[in-house]
Design a protein around this ligand. Structure first.
Ligand SMILES: N=c1c2ncn([C@@H]3O[C@H](COP(=O)(O)OP(=O)(O)OP(=O)(O)O)[C@@H](O)[C@H]3O)c2ncn1[C@@H]1O[C@H](COP(=O)(O)O)[C@@H](O)[C@H]1O
Length: 100
């Protein structure tokens, strides 16, 4: 992914990158390290908990810049969890659409 990616394509590109890391497991990839972590799924579940707390605290503090940064961390880790559980962005889109 690069800085030229149109904003409305970022989530798809990020998810494709996560799926690629899952398949190729590069040694220097943080994403790959979550898929091979000795704690298994708990590693990403713990990160989701941390990022959720940090997101809540930034909102309580009224820190809108930090809120955006923590929200991005949260969404990234949620996408890793979905990939780990063999779900994808289309599954999420359909789930949300079916609530319309
Ligand atoms: N979007 C992200 C992203 N958001 C957050 N993170 C990582 O999530 C971690 C967040 O943990 P913390 O905030 O607690 O920071 P930390 O203390 O450094 O983390 P820990 O020591 O607790 O692991 C950091 O290591 C961040 O680098 C991400 N890591 C990767 N991506 C994207 O994933 C794609 C693949 O990246 P690689 O896996 O690095 O190849 C690329 O497009 C990246 O931009």
């Amino acid at each position: 992914m690069d800085s030229e990616t149109p904003p409305d394509e970022v989530l798809d590109e990020l998810f494709a990158t996560i799926q690629d890391r899952r398949e190729t497991l590069p040694a220097d990839s943080y994403t790959a390290s979550l898929f091979t972590h000795e704690k298994g799924k708990n590693a990403v579940l713990e990160k989701l908990g941390e990022e959720t707390t940090e997101t809540i605290l930034s909102a309580k503090d009224g820190d809108r810049e930090e809120l955006l940064a923590e929200s991005a961390d949260l969404v990234y880790h949620l996408l890793v969890l979905l990939a780990m559980e063999e779900r994808d962005l289309d599954d999420l889109r359909v789930e949300l659409r079916d609530r319309f």
